[in-house]
Design a protein around this ligand. Structure first.
Ligand SMILES: [Zn+2]
Length: 198
């Protein structure tokens, strides 16, 4: 069955989101049509604003409204420790537990030999660049406990250790294959406290 063009386009847009198949996209599109004008307006405005007003911090790669971001410019943060995460969402998860006060670096991906993703395909060069002439003495690799997370942490350790930087990895409190984003606060806290040197 052919849908009228506006709804076909809306279905197409929804189906570009991760985890949304044609069936779900169709359901969401029809749901949207049934929403109030005000809600649809807000939805569209929020989509555009999020895209327009957010950028990636030129220092750490985190999603931010101002560049550099509030964490990078915060003078009270411990500038000797840097925690490396896969995504901006992981920074939020770490900040929520309020126990880590150092700096961050967001990779926007992981090295994945299986999928042909190498060190140059993620935000790694700027990390190495950042560590030159900095006060950072410890880098904590907080990538998820997956094969790609391991590959990434091994690579970082191999590159940074000769430069005399201590490289540690979150402790195994995190279940194998688990996402930092979904770890509960106690688990995350313990993982930082019991981090191991690579
Ligand atoms: Zn930043």
């Amino acid at each position: 069955m052919l849908y009228p063009t506006p709804i076909a386009k809306l279905i197409d847009s929804f189906s570009k989101l991760p985890g949304i198949g044609t069936k779900t996209a169709t359901r969401l599109a029809f749901y949207t049509i049934g929403m109030s004008d005000e809600d649809v307006n807000d939805f569209a405005k929020n989509l555009l604003a999020a895209k327009r007003e957010l950028t990636y911090c030129s220092v750490c790669g985190n999603l931010t409204e101002e560049d550099p971001c509030v964490i990078c410019t915060d003078e009270t943060r411990d500038k000797s420790t840097l925690l490396v995460v896969e995504e901006s969402k992981d920074v939020t998860a770490m900040e929520k537990i309020q126990e880590y006060h150092g700096l961050y670096h967001v990779l926007h991906g992981l090295i994945s030999p299986m999928n042909g993703v190498g060190p140059d395909d993620i935000n790694l060069k700027s990390l190495i660049h950042r560590l030159m002439d900095s006060e950072i003495s410890e880098v904590i690799v907080a990538t998820n406990a997956t094969a790609d997370g391991e590959a990434t942490s091994m690579y970082i350790s191999r590159v940074l250790k000769p430069a005399g930087i201590k490289v540690t990895r979150l402790a195994r409190g995190l279940a194998v294959g688990s996402d930092i984003e979904y770890a509960d606060e106690v688990t995350l806290l313990r993982a930082i406290e019991n981090r191991t040197e690579l």
